[in-house]
Design a protein around this ligand. Sequence first.
Ligand SMILES: Cc1ncc(COP(=O)(O)O)c(C=O)c1O
Length: 432
Amino acid sequence: MDYSDLIYGYEKKVPTALGLKRYINFDNAASTPPFKGVMKLLAEEAEWYSSVHRGSGYKSRYSTDQYENARQSIANFIGADLAHEVIIFTKNTTDSINKLSHYLSFLPGETVIYSKIEHHSNELPWKKAKNICINLRNEGIDLGELEQVLKANPGKIKLLAVCGASNVTGYIPPIHTLAEMAHHAGAKILIDGAQLIPHRPVKLYPANDPRHLDFLAFSGHKMYAPFGAGVLVGPRALFTNKFPSQVGGGTVRGMGSSGVLWVDPPEVEEAGSPNVLGSLALAKAAQILEQIGWENLINHETSLLEYSLIKLRQIPNLILYQHCSNPSIGVISFNIQGIEHYQVAKYLAETRGIGVRSGCFCARGYVQSLLKLSPVEIDRIQSTLIENVQAQTPGMVRISFGCYNKFSEVDCLVDALEELSLGIRKRGGSCK
Ligand SMILES: Cc1ncc(COP(=O)(O)O)c(C=O)c1O
């Protein structure tokens, strides 16, 4: 399968030490390039763009309709029922989860569970809310341990906050089983869908189904629509008649001596002028993913992942940090013994024009555990960071696939990594 023709800018060449080379983007877990179909839609819609909701001119009414159609098409994409649920357009997943943390109020002793594999965006908002957060051990989500934690805290667990897929290993937790467990214990579940949404179909299921996902957050820029829009989905009732997370224009229905009367959700959570074109882009990208077809997309990405793992395992000195269980999205983290992660990333960029991510991927808990760093080592690293703003921390190199990546691109990566790895052997452990 070759989906590269769907990608805007796929053929762009970038400077490398060996001259201009076509850019190979293996950093899709961070952000994806736009679909051409998204760019085309933006160019068309921009001609008709005007302020939404409060304008009376033709273009304003047109843009308002398009904006609300985008909301409906996102609802269809994830199987949300707009009578009970709201689709709130946000900036990104981080914004969505921070908004949600504003709405969930906690009684003393009430707790959020989040897992050890979470991105900081699905960890810090819960720490900030000063709840007792329980780390799940083992590298994946240990269902036995989760069961124990739920049983040991009857009526105290308010929320289970987990990612739909890890941005470090690609591991896909069994989200609907987790939902059933959370609901059985009287808790709600939030799925941080930042990584899952571009790679797997996600359905909320109706609210009376134990598999139901209460909250879902995701970002347009990770699903081929990098134009500043994200989504938060949740029950309409939670956002109704509450003090919004941000106040300002567009949130007020009335203002009198008794105070402010807020508009209903979703508008109450979209203070100021919303990102209309970004939201249209996101909805269009969702439509294109469905047009490609999930089965085609999953087959292609899984073959690419398996092919890469076979090749990478043959490279001497390369350490893979894979989660032992399937399924996974196309994310692979590794190190080459004796070479710092950032040197590997730099070499790939400079010699092949390959873009990867290196470091801790905003998931320090998971990365430090995979690197088997002791608490003492972690504290030492922290002290180094305090003393030196330029200091690099231990980390990994991550490659992450989009639907448009090709086997030949993997070959190019493997070639460069072999070169690096053999270089170490030749030079006895150093890499320049
Ligand atoms: C699992 C996960 N959650 C949340 C985020 C944050 O997404 P955003 O930067 O779009 O807010 C990321 C970004 O990499 C992620 O991988």
